[in-house]
Ligand binder design. Structure first.
Ligand code: GLU
Length: 281
């Protein structure tokens, strides 16, 4: 009888856990630690930015997220990482499935209608990833006539292609950029388009020396920290943490360590300390 009762209690506890990730922890080691949790959305498939391998999460977005979380009072083992694909970011925030998103997430007016952003903590630019063998023919956004492009649903990258090159290119949309790289290597598409920093990370990790970032950007993509609309207190805390990260040198360290070996250097003007800090509000 006593045993049965215990079993029933366990079942109730398990059911209670289903509703809230944050209260119960995820399947990773974070669930073992005590105390409150913060749920953070990142990319799982963008090497150098947000990347999951086993139970390890790496990348520049992950480093910025860890730094900010620490300033908010959360140690690394109090972070629950959740995948935030491009198309799902607004919904994840609106539903309260995540507290913050650090996922190469461009701040723009359309998104600001439904979520708020702290930041920017980085400014990227849209570029093209091609096969080395096409380096002579695809030299920038002006040489895309008749080409097949791949980008990701729900990204500014795909939207920009539709706005600027709809009449001259064919666009294939995937759920993640890694799938686009596979299509590029197999010859299904001629180029992958998204932010230069994402393409650099993918080329280094998956390109096998066969892929090249063209290096002619045609947009500005200021990366923000997505959070619930109206939470001005959280927004200003995150902004203060980003400022600290830039000031104490951790920001530069995170860029250097995560971009090592990719050949990528951020646009110096757009990412100058003063420029970034002056935009934090
Ligand atoms: N920064 C762009 C965006 O937020 C493209 C990268 C991405 O899809 O995460 O849509």
């Amino acid at each position: 009888m006593k045993h049965m009762f215990k079993k029933a209690l366990a079942a109730v506890a398990a059911v209670a856990c289903l509703g809230s990730m944050a209260a119960c922890g995820s399947s990773n080691d974070a669930s073992k630690s005590d105390g409150p949790k913060i749920t953070i959305g990142i990319k799982f498939d963008q090497p150098g930015l947000g990347f999951k391998k086993g139970n390890t999460y790496t990348g520049f977005d992950v480093d910025v997220a860890k730094y900010v979380a620490k300033k908010l009072g959360y140690s690394e083992d109090q972070i629950v990482w959740k995948e935030a694909p491009s198309k799902q970011r607004e919904t994840l925030i609106q539903n309260g499935d995540v507290d913050l998103i650090f996922a190469t997430y461009t701040i723009n007016d359309k998104r600001k209608e439904v979520v708020d952003f702290a930041g920017p903590y980085f400014v990227a630019g849209q570029d093209l990833l091609i096969r080395n063998t096409d380096a002579g023919t695809i030299t920038g956004p002006d040489s895309l006539n008749g080409k097949k492009l791949c980008s990701v649903t729900g990204s500014t990258s795909a939207q920009n292609v539709k706005d600027k090159f709809a009449s001259e290119v064919q666009l294939m949309e995937q759920t993640g950029y890694a799938e686009c790289v596979t299509a590029l290597i197999s010859g299904t598409v001629d180029a992958v388009t998204t932010d230069d920093i994402i393409l650099a990370g993918l080329a280094a990790a998956k390109g096998n020396g066969q892929l090249k970032v063209v290096g002619k950007t045609f947009s500005e993509e200021p990366y923000g920290v997505g959070l619930k609309k109206g939470d001005t207190e959280l927004k200003s805390k995150v902004n203060a943490a980003i400022k600290d990260m830039i000031e104490d040198g951790s920001w530069q360290k995170a860029i250097d360590s995560n971009m090592q070996g990719t050949g990528y250097t951020p646009d110096a003007k757009l990412n100058a300390k003063d420029t970034l800090e002056s935009q934090l509000s």
